[in-house]
Structure formats: C-alpha cells, structure tokens
Design a protein. Structure first.
Lengths: 587, 229
C-alpha cells in the first residue's frame, strides 16, 4: 500500500462541531482526560469518606449506631478497591496518560480516538455498577479488597448475594475500558510521535505511562480470569475456587476447588498493579523534579532502563503477598529473592531523583513541594517493604497494621503526592489559569505532615501485633490501652488530612473562576506540551504544523545559554555543540 | 517448579537486556532531527494496535492455561475432583473448518493485494461463513456433552471446557463484527480511484487475516490441551 501519513491527509478526523461532540461524546484526548480525571477524583472522594467512617469506628468505637460490623467490612472493601483501581489506575493512565501522551509525543490525538471515547464511557459504567452495589439487596460486598474465596461468596459475608457479583462484573467492565484505553496509549507512543522524537527523547512521564500500560495489558487479564471464574462459582455453582465445605451446618455442592488458585491469579494481577500505579508516578515525578530544579534529570538512560526492569520484574514477585497461604517454603525463598532484586532498580531511581536535586536551582513552588514530599514518603514506604519482603519478618507482621502502614505509604500516599504535584504542574496548561499558591501550600503541608501522623503510628501498632480488618478490639491482653489512644490520634489526623482535600477542591474551583491567567509556559519547561500555540491547547493541539524535535527533554541550564532552558522543538544553534563539550569537560 | 521459575527469570533478564540494547542512545549527546525516526502518525498504527491487542489476548489465554493446570492439581497434589473429559468427536471437524476459514482469509488477502475484487468478495465472505460454521459446531459440541448427562456443573474439566471454548468463541465473534462491516463495504463496491479507501480496505482484510490465524493458533493450543487432559 502506498505510504500515506495520516497527519498529511487532507480530511481531518472527528472535528467537533456541536456542544455534545465537543464536551460529552468527545473524541479529543484532552476532553477525555478531563472526563476521566473528574470521575476518578469524584469516586475517590467517596472512598475517602468511607475511610473516615472506618477510622471513626476504630478510634471511637460505638460513636455511630449505623456502624455495624456488616457496614464496616463493606466500607473497607469498597475503599480499597476504589482507591487502587477506580482512582489511581484511572487517573494516572486514563487521566494523565490521555492528556500527556499526545502532547508530549507531538501528536494531534490518540491513534484510535473513537475507541478512546468508548474507553471513558465504559469506565463510567464500571463505576456506576460498583456504586450501585450499595443499593442492591444485601448491599456491597464486604469480602475485603482482595475478595478471597471461599468467604467472599459464602453466606455470612456482607454482600454475598448481589454485592460480590456486581463487584466482579464492575471489575470486568473496568478491564474492558482499560483495554480500549491501553491499546491507544501504547500504539500512540509507538506510532504517532512527531518528527525527531525518538524513544530515547521521550520525557520520563511518557516512559512511565507507556510501560505501566503494557503491564496493565498483560496483568489485568489475570484479574479478568479470576473475576469470571468467581462469578461462575457464585452464580451457577462451578467449583473453580470452591472446595467442599461445611458452611453454617450444611455441606456445599462444590468439590475440590482451589482457593489458593484465586490468590495466585489475584496477585499475579495485584503486584504488577502496584507498578501500574507507581511507574507513571515515577515518570511524572522525574519531570517535575527536573523542571523545578532547573537541572537535567540525573541518569536519564538508567531511569528508562530502571522503568523497563521494574516492569519486567514486577511479574515475578507476586507470591510475596502469599507467604502465609501455606505454599511451598521454597516458593517463599524464590519470591523473597526477586522482591529484594526489584529494590535495586527502584533504589537507582531514588538516588537519581536525589542527585537531580543536588546543587540544582530549586524552586520550591507547588509542584516541587509535592515532588520532594514524594521522595520522603516513597523512601519510608519502600524501606518497610524490605521488612515485609523477607519471609521470616513477614510472618509475624502479616495481617497487622504494619502492612497497612507500609502499603498506604508506598502506593497510597506516594502516588497521591505525585498526582497532586502533577495536577498543580499541568493545571495552567489544562485550564489556562494558575492555581492559588497559598491554598496549595496549606494543602500540601496538611497532607504531607498529616499522612505521617496517620501511618507512622500504624507501624508501631503492627509491631504490637494489632491485627488489621478488625471491627472492634474488645478486651485483649496483648493490646495495651495506649493503643486505643494511638488509634484516636490516627483518626483525628485522618480527619485533618481529609479536610485538607476540601481546600484542594476549593482551590481548583477558585482558580478556575478567578485564577491568574497563565501564559503558555509558566514553569519555563522544555517538553512539547508547553510549546503549543494555544493555552489550553485547541483541538488538534499544534495548529497547522506538527512540531519537530531537535533535542532531548532535559536541556535545563545548558552551559553557555542565556536562558536556563531550551525547549525540545528549538533547533540547534550554531556553536552549541562545542559549548556542550566545553561544559561537559568543565564538570 | 523452581527450575521453571529460574528459567523464567533468566529469560526475563535476557529479554530485558536485548530490549535495552535498542535503548542505548545517549540523547543528551545526539542533537538535531534524527533522520529515519518516527515522523507523525503512520498508516501502520492499526497493525501495531492489533498486535498489542493480540499480546493481551495471548496473556489472557496463557493465564487461563495456568489456572487450568493448577486446578488439575499441578503443584497441589491434594486437590480432588478432576476427571478427564470425553471430548466430542465433532471438535476435529470444527478444527478443520477453522483451518479452512484461515485459509480462505489468507486467499482473500492475496486477492486484495492483487486488486482482484471478485476473488476478494468470494474468499473474504467464505472466511466469515466458515467461521460461523465453526461457532455452530462448537455449540453442537456443547449440546452433545450436555446430552450425555454425565457432567455436573461442579465438574471442573467440564466447566473449563465450556468456559474456554466460550471465551475463544467470543473473540471470534468480535472478529466477525469487523469482518461483517468490511465485507459489507466490499460488496457495496469500491471506488478504485480512491487510494485511501482502497488502502484502508486492503489493510483491514490483512489485519482480519492476521487475527484469524492468531485465533486458529489459540484454538489449536486449547484443543491440544483439552484433548490430552
């Protein structure tokens, strides 16, 4: 077939002309990104409210009459599932992936815009199904976010009639939505980059999102398989996961099913999922640190390789979530080893972030505050991961508050730190207005210090042996009274942090309404999205001509150049080559 | 099992190493527009999209395969309840039909490349019809199994058989939707002067063929596994 570059064809795809095609059934990646973002943040607020209800029960038992054990487990489950999948995955990939990939790669849009639009609407459907599970007979499932069978589908577990089915169906729908989006993100990165944009010139944000999407496309099928098989176990009585059981005095019809098979499937998805959330965060934070420290990212090549290595290794560590499942002890040894190996590329990234800051011209503005905050929370969360990765240390700590503290720090707070940094960083490009600095700083400090007040004491509670997922602790010898005091403190801190998020929402509303107008490149950044002819970028992003890339994404403070940044699309100046060599030898 | 995991790890590291050989550029040294690199959206995007999708579907079936083996009792000798299924003979016929469908699609691709519209219509439609026959055959196999009355819903070999054939069939139905739409376009007639329209049809036919070969491969793997266990 004759080669016809689609960008050069005279007809233009999906030009929006009505309000509906522009803002609702939109195929524009920027609108879809905002749609994803709004829904994800909205559903995340529900999950935040649920977590407050849980915390109030733990800190101040019997405060509310409606907080029964039944409700408590429903809230625990829905909180976890929303935060991990419907908020973090959707916001990083559906939100930032959609917004940044075409703009940072110099494309006009995603390669399959119609499918991209469907992706959002199917995602919205999955959210609606999930929320609907609260309103069916028996309510939402209370099986815990890991949904382990057999208890997830047995009588006596909250929501075992319809809640669990809707949860599984919602997950399956989400995976369909993710697939449609994910095909777009991968194909756009591979096929729609502008002239001069080699893979090794892509900003690390794109690298992180790209590899995370590949992980998602390969790992989500495991959850899909598990969801289908469990739905069948529940609905028509197959025995994929259901062993012969004596439940409530009656034997079930099922025989020989393997509950541990579900755990393998769940965690074969579940562990890559950690990196599906973390890799985009790693990428984005690299760009924030580099831009606001006015310095090129330290070890760009190593950063790319580390992202790829972490992505590959994330598929061989899943059973470290299952040390107490009774699996073969040699398995534990193998998975402990791989878990420690994955710490190596991760540590490379942390060192490189710190070295990027080293002697940089650090501007402590809003995005930078969140980005540096991330380095703190990620190191703390990562270090406790080394404890839990070792079988002998994990066994006593398993299912205690230590685990809660660890994973909230490493994959709850840390990615959220990056998300807020990213929102403040790209807010001017997305909306054309600057976010309010004072409100943003209050938001940051309350959140940053508040999350430490929440999660550091949890490690202590875990070492005391306080088990997680309990509705009430009653009278136990090994839990001292002081633990209740700690729990009250944690709950108060959680309320403070949740209040800080209201400040964020207020900031967004206020800045949208009367924020200072932003120019096209307020942070003086090098990447392509800041070089668009319009802010916010119009449909098609680039006006009549696509940009052309002449350099990598990190030309900050180039020796001999009067400006401290050179955008990617600026041609090489005469004599620049020799200046660089001189600058390199001076270092 | 440990050996398998170790081999997997070595394999993973090798793949990673090969991959980063392609990512050896030092972008801070190479300046200017690099010729031969990507240059805007290319027409091969749908092909790449399809391959990414097939990688995901392959992952889905491999994971099903792992679940199947584990449920059979590999590594979990204590599990009970696995009774090998007596697969109906019609599956051999179905396999033959699906091979024929794949062959018809391949011939249609050749016709599209040569610009032979008549042959394209015939073979492309034949591919679709044969696929529908395959699906009907699979339904017949289900019916035959159910008619024996030997298998209950909690029988794992039986439920896996139904589940896997259903998932494979659904992927074929998805392909048939695309095939149907394209076939309708081909039958309505083509403006042979319109380079873009002809190119698009040619590409769609080729991509359908790739997908059909892929689903045939998946089915051969599935069929083998179902037959020997």
């Amino acid at each position: 077939m004759a080669y016809v570059a689609i960008a050069d064809r005279d007809h233009h795809l999906h030009d929006p002309d009505t309000f509906i095609t522009k803002y609702i059934w939109s195929q524009d990646h920027k609108v879809i990104a905002i749609q994803y973002g709004v829904v994800a943040i909205g559903v995340g607020l529900i999950a935040l409210a649920l977590s407050l209800l849980m915390r109030l029960q733990i800190g101040f038992p019997d405060l509310f009459s409606f907080m029964t054990p039944y409700n408590y487990y429903q809230y625990v489950t829905t909180h976890g599932m929303i935060m991990v999948i419907y908020l973090l995955t959707a916001l990083f990939l559906g939100g930032f992936g959609n917004y940044l990939i075409p703009l940072m790669c110099g494309a006009r849009d995603m390669v399959f815009p119609y499918m991209n639009m469907l992706s959002f609407w199917v995602y919205l459907l999955s959210v609606i199904v999930l929320i609907a599970s609260f309103f069916v007979p028996g309510g939402a499932t209370g099986a815990g976010w890991t949904l382990y069978p057999p208890q997830a589908i047995l009588d006596g577990t909250p929501g075992s009639d319809w809640g669990i089915v809707l949860m599984l169906v919602s997950l399956a729908i989400f995976i369909v939505a993710f697939t449609m989006g994910g095909l777009n993100y991968v194909t756009t990165v591979l096929q729609a980059r502008c002239r001069g944009m080699t893979l090794m010139r892509m900003p690390l944000s794109v690298w992180g999102i790209f590899v995370a999407t590949i992980l998602g496309l390969l790992a989500f099928p495991a959850l899909f398989v598990a969801a289908i098989m469990m739905t069948l176990d529940r609905m028509i009585g197959t025995s994929f996961f259901m062993p012969a059981l004596l439940a409530l005095g009656e034997t079930t019809d099922t025989t020989g099913g393997s509950p541990i098979l579900f755990q393998h499937l769940f965690w074969f998805f579940g562990h890559p999922e950690v990196y599906i959330v973390a890799l985009p965060a790693f990428g984005i934070v690299s760009d924030l640190l580099s831009t606001h420290a006015r310095k090129n990212i330290f070890g760009y090549r190593m950063m790319v390789w580390a992202i790829v290595a972490i992505g590959a290794l994330s598929f061989v560590v899943w059973a470290h979530h299952m040390y107490v499942s009774g699996m073969n002890p040699y398995f534990g040894f193998f998975f402990a080893t791989t878990t420690l190996i994955i710490a190596v590329p991760t540590a490379i990234k942390v060192y490189n972030w710190v070295l990027t800051l080293w002697r940089g011209d650090i501007h402590l503005n809003l995005p930078m505050l969140w980005a540096t905050g991330f380095i703190f929370t990620f190191i703390h969360g990562g270090l406790t991961g080394l404890f839990l990765g070792n079988v002998t240390v994990d066994l006593p700590l398993s299912d205690t508050y230590f685990v809660i503290g660890h994973f909230h720090m490493v994959m709850g707070v840390s990615p959220v730190m990056v998300l807020f940094g990213a929102i403040y960083h790209w807010f001017p490009k997305i909306t054309g207005r600057m976010p309010n600095d004072v409100l943003g700083k209050i938001h940051f400090w309350m959140t940053f210090l508040g999350t430490y007040a929440i999660y550091l004491p949890m490690h202590y509670l875990g070492i005391l042996g306080m088990p997680r997922r309990y509705y009430d602790y009653g009278q136990t010898d090994f839990i001292p009274d002081s633990a209740l005091g700690v729990n009250q403190g944690i709950t108060i801190a959680a309320i403070v942090v949740a209040t800080a998020q209201l400040i964020f929402l207020f900031n967004v509303a206020l800045s949208l309404w009367k924020g200072k107008r932003a120019d096209s490149n307020p942070w003086r950044a090098t990447t392509l999205e800041w070089q668009t002819p319009d802010t916010p970028p119009k449909h098609g992003n680039w006006g009549p001509k696509l940009p052309e890339v002449h350099r990598w994404a990190y030309d900050y403070s180039v020796p001999g150049d009067e400006a401290d940044f050179i955008p990617q699309n600026h041609p090489i100046k005469p004599g620049e080559e020799s200046l660089r060599v001189a600058g390199a030898s001076r270092k | 099992m440990m050996t398998g995991l170790a081999i997997g790890l070595v394999l993973g590291v090798t793949v990673w190493w090969v991959l980063i050989q392609r990512l050896k550029d030092k972008p801070w040294e190479r300046q200017g527009v690099i010729e031969g690199s990507q240059d805007g959206l290319t027409s091969s995007a749908p092909k790449v999209g399809l391959w990414v999708f097939m990688a995901m579907v392959a992952s889905l079936f491999l994971i099903f395969n792992g679940a199947y083996l584990m449920r059979m009792g590999f590594g979990h000798g204590e599990l009970v309840g696995w009774v090998p299924l007596d697969e109906p003979g019609i599956l051999w016929l179905n396999t033959f039909v699906l091979v024929a469908a794949s062959g018809a699609m391949q011939t249609a691709t050749g016709a599209a490349r040569k610009g032979d519209l008549g042959a394209l219509r015939t073979w492309f439609t034949a591919g679709g019809v044969l696929s529908v026959v395959f699906l009907a055959g699979q339904l017949l196999a289900w019916q035959q199994l159910a008619a024996t009355g030997r298998y209950g819903v909690s029988d794992p070999a039986y439920s896996f058989f139904i589940l896997l054939t259903a998932i494979h069939g659904l992927h074929l139905v998805g392909g048939l939707v695309v095939l149907g739409r394209t076939a309708a376009q081909v039958w309505r007639g083509l403006d042979t002067e319109n380079v873009v329209a002809v190119g698009t049809i040619r590409q769609t036919v080729r991509l359908c063929t790739t997908y059909w070969h892929f689903l045939l491969l998946v089915w051969l793997g599935l069929f083998t596994q179902l037959s020997i266990t």
